[in-house]
Design a protein around this ligand. Structure first.
Ligand SMILES: *[C@@H]1O[C@H](CO)[C@@H](O)[C@H](O)[C@H]1NC(C)=O
Ligand SMILES: *[C@@H]1O[C@H](CO)[C@@H](O)[C@H](O)[C@H]1NC(C)=O
Length: 306
């Protein structure tokens, strides 16, 4: 009897919530996303107000890291902009696949932030180009970046480690990162900025996320944060997750000089995850460490990391 019930309940679950085979979905951002026309509905549920840490419009630099970087088009990966160190660095670089807010196709609005990350020794293939492509991004654009890196094309920027592959993005671009990692073990780390699943009816998909993840959120005035709070709780048991909120609202600090505090947090997370940097790890996890994220006004929670 008990086993019959178990079979029935498994069957019911499978019928009610069969995850799709492909992650491309109907909308930009893939199966984890929503139509753009639904955004106001979620924005209206969120407290609006001035975010004390919001920053924009900073100077353009080549990043604060040891390997001055820039973004440029690269004919070997059409429809993308590659942010990478200007000179080949003396370290092996992970690869980041980046998708933009609104699943837009002009990554230059994130240029300060992406240049900052690249200056620490990362190759980033961002969807789109200055001025945009006249369309939204597709999950396939991110897969194109992955395949470009895996076939060795990123090597012109220096030594790369294609086993260290990160999918990242802001807002719709973060949902696109979820969709990019979906059932794709090539992706080793996820970084979602100002976003989680909006539509509660799609939250069952979080059970398909097996990749360690960082959520970088903008606090109570960030309309992308409530979904991420729920995702964080619902992740499958054992998935390592870090979640921080800084009072920036949905817009973050990406266009501030060197990407502002979002830039600092992203670099520490990456240096910890990809290079095992003990100081960066302590800044992410230990509020008592000098320069910890908590001391920079982040509200931090994490699980399955020690
Ligand atoms: C690697 O290059 C950076 C930046 O030029 C430099 O600071 C560092 O000392 C170099 N490391 C080694 C081991 O050569
Ligand atoms: C680049 O994007 C444009 C605009 O959507 C599209 O027509 C073209 O096929 C894309 N090129 C590649 C190589 O994907």
């Amino acid at each position: 009897m008990r086993s019959l019930l178990a079979i029935l309940s498994v069957t019911w679950l499978a019928t009610a919530q069969t995850p799709p085979a492909k992650s491309d979905g109907q909308y930009a951002g893939g199966i984890f996303s929503i139509p753009l026309s639904d955004v106001p509905k979620y924005a209206a549920k969120t407290k609006m107000g001035r975010a004390t840490e919001a920053k924009s419009g900073g100077a353009k630099t080549s990043g604060s890291g040891p390997y001055p970087a820039k973004g440029a088009m690269d004919t070997s990966i059409p429809n993308h902009t590659v942010y990478a160190p200007i000179a080949k660095p003396n370290i092996t670089m992970p690869i980041i696949v980046w998708d933009n807010g609104g699943c837009g196709t002009d990554p230059t609005q994130f240029g300060n932030f992406l240049t900052e990350v690249a200056s620490h020794g990362y190759v980033i293939s961002a969807v789109g180009k200055a001025g945009g492509l006249g369309r939204q991004s597709k999950v396939q654009d991110n897969r194109d970046s992955i395949e470009w890196a895996l076939k060795g094309s990123a090597a012109k920027y220096g030594e790369v480690d294609t086993t260290k592959l990160i999918a990242a993005g802001q807002s719709c671009g973060g949902l696109s990162a979820y969709s990019t990692s979906y059932h794709d073990p090539r992706v080793k780390l996820l970084m979602l900025f100002n976003v989680g699943i909006f539509d509660d009816a799609k939250r069952y998909l979080i059970k398909e996320i097996k990749t360690p993840i960082g959520y970088f959120l903008g606090g109570v005035t960030d309309f992308g944060a409530p979904g991420a709070e729920k995702d964080y709780v619902e992740l499958p048991a054992g998935v390592p997750a870090w979640k921080g909120n800084l009072d920036t609202g949905h817009g973050g600090t990406y266009s501030a000089t060197n990407g502002g505090k979002m830039g600092i947090a992203a670099v520490d997370f990456l240096q910890w995850q990809m290079r095992g940097d003990a100081n960066s790890k302590a800044k992410m996890l230990d509020p008592k460490t000098a320069g910890s994220l908590v001391s920079q006004n982040w509200k931090v929670e994490f699980k399955n990391w020690t």
